[in-house]
Design a protein around this ligand. Sequence first.
Ligand code: FMN
Length: 215
Amino acid sequence: MERRDFFRKSLLAAAGSVVLGSGIVKAVGSLNTKNNSTMKITVLTGSPRRNGNSAYLAEQFIKGAQEKGHEIYRFDCAFKQVEPCRACNRCGMDGPCVIKDDFNELRPHLLAADMVVFATPMYYFGISAQMKRVIDRFYAINGQIKGHYKKAAYLMTYADTAKKEAEPILLHYRTLMDYLGWESVGEVVASGVWTAGSIRNTRYGEQAYQLGKSL
Ligand SMILES: Cc1cc2nc3c(=O)[nH]c(=O)nc-3n(C[C@H](O)[C@H](O)[C@H](O)COP(=O)(O)O)c2cc1C
């Protein structure tokens, strides 16, 4: 598929939402967000370290959110069998994917989610490949998630401390949220954490917990 078609298709999907939208998009949004009510929250983790730093942020976020009564579905990308998108375009960005793997398990939880949380380590200034291949599979449900309001949050960890080095990964996340029309309600950017578990001695766990608790 040509790049311009990707955008054209996306615009069509967005236009569809807008057509429905005078009223209905708002209604979908309010159905999804259920203010002052419980939300379905899908948490994607991206690290192959089960007890690593980003997993810890995810756990703290989940703890806070569960204390507020929200329903959590957690999908650990690194421990699932999810192939990369083959770009066959048989889905047409809005249909069944030809690949039958663990993405099928995640799909209904993405569609039903009021909120999606991404918890990833920084790998070479980007998100982990384990999470990226899952995000790329959003392609097959693009028409069902783009322009359909959800909240989102980003939890990320990296070893260095330079703020500038976190800019590309944050820009990616924010651009993706803009594209999908989702509202980011928080980012926890944990710098200076290298070894698995070193984040436990920092303030970032509390930040993730408070983010979950604030919902
Ligand atoms: C393949 C790989 C690439 C990495 N790239 C970076 C990087 O670009 N910048 C950085 O500061 N840390 C980098 N790190 C360190 C991790 O981001 C850091 O250890 C993080 O806290 C790991 O989170 P986790 O415990 O959730 O896996 C890299 C680590 C690995 C294994």
